[in-house]
Design a protein. Structure first.
Length: 363
């Protein structure tokens, strides 16, 4: 079996209570009538730049505070843990972020822009770690959307007219399935970001409310196809401030994040110590095969603790890849002599189809 791996840059977060919202399924999104003209790419880039300032906390002067609760779900839609994220922002480089997931808590303390961490055995999942992206990074900064390859289109989402910009954000390595275009859609009347379609998720932003000259969404729903993977409820946004004592980290705080951070792995770190090759799904013809890419969460001890299929030719190949990868083990990843959880993405090739006498297809 051939495989290739590279580190996926992912950030921290977590979850708590639940609420009911509809899934932003791609089936709900439709092309508008030909009578509605799409704006030019340059106009769309300007709108997205304004939206970045208007709909996010970016560049917002302190103090401010927010509390968001959320729940995560498996790829099959089953509950997979709840938690919360609470942020106290005092000034640039001076803030505190408290993340809870299931029964564990992690606190990030920022002093002069440099974070240190305390935790009580924080233990996340892939979806829990992606929550921060959905909540705090709903769209790239203007430098990320000033794309020469941007295309525009007018679309409808449950009766709302949207202007959408589409561009190629990811360029996959040779041999990987091509990544779909990223889509960012704003309402034509208010220019609020209401839909973001990434390589892996469709994220719906709803119920915008004003805050210090911004327009902040209070409900966020991320889905894969028709399956809701997480729901986020921004329950509280205010200008509550903490004093210096409450923003000062304890002496035992560590400079190493307990969760996946913006780390790069060496080739040795990214190579499993024990690797099991995937088996060709029984009963599936050779013409139906293809590579499978999976996202892996590696535990502090080096075991594979969570797997998400990114791309697969069929459910049978997706399951075969999961069955193999969950048996892999890695050497614990150390940062400043402390073991950390790590996220990586791998491509698995099933090789040439051949049916064995036992009824199992192999290379």
């Amino acid at each position: 079996m051939k495989h290739a791996c590279w580190f996926l840059l992912v950030v921290l977060i977590v979850t708590l209570p639940s609420f009911s919202q509809t899934s932003p399924s791609t089936a709900d999104v439709n092309a508008n009538s030909p009578s509605v003209t799409a704006v030019s790419p340059d106009v769309m880039k300007g709108w997205l730049a304004d939206t970045f300032t208007k709909d996010t906390f970016a560049y917002l002067p302190g103090p401010y505070h927010f509390l968001a609760t959320f729940e995560t779900f498996t790829p099959y839609g089953k509950p997979d843990g709840t938690g919360s994220i609470e942020k106290f922002y005092a000034a640039p480089g001076r803030l505190k972020v408290i993340t809870q997931f299931r029964d564990h808590t992690m606190t990030a303390w920022y002093v002069d822009g440099k974070p240190v961490y305390t935790d009580n055995g924080f233990d996340g999942t892939i979806m829990a770690y992606q929550m921060n992206d959905f909540l705090l990074n709903p769209l790239p900064p203007p430098t990320g959307t000033a794309r020469r390859d941007m295309e525009t289109k007018v679309m409808q989402l449950q009766g709302t007219t949207m202007d959408c910009g589409m561009y190629q954000f990811f360029v996959e390595p040779t041999g990987w399935p091509p990544a779909p275009k990223e889509v960012l859609c704003v309402t034509r009347d208010t220019h609020d970001l209401v839909l973001r379609q990434t390589q892996h998720f469709s994220i719906r932003y709803q119920q915008f409310e004003p805050f210090i000259g911004r327009s902040i969404p209070r409900y966020i729903v991320a889905s894969q196809g028709s399956v809701v993977r997480c729901r986020i409820h921004v329950q509280q946004v205010d200008q509550q401030a903490l004093d210096d004592a409450a923003l000062t980290p304890p002496a035992d705080a560590s400079p190493v994040s307990p969760g996946p951070d913006w780390l790069s792995l060496t080739a040795k770190e990214n190579t499993p110590l024990h690797k099991v090759s995937p088996l060709w799904p029984y009963g599936v013809s050779a013409s139906a095969g293809g590579p499978v890419s999976v996202r892996i969460l590696i535990s502090r001890t080096g075991t594979v603790k969570d797997i998400e299929v990114v791309d697969a030719p069929s459910p049978e190949f997706a399951q075969a890849a999961i069955d193999a990868v969950k048996q892999w083990t890695y050497a614990p990843i150390l940062r400043k002599d402390k073991p950390v959880e790590t996220m990586t993405t791998c491509l698995l090739s099933f090789g040439k189809w051949q049916l064995s006498k036992s009824g199992t297809a192999n290379k």
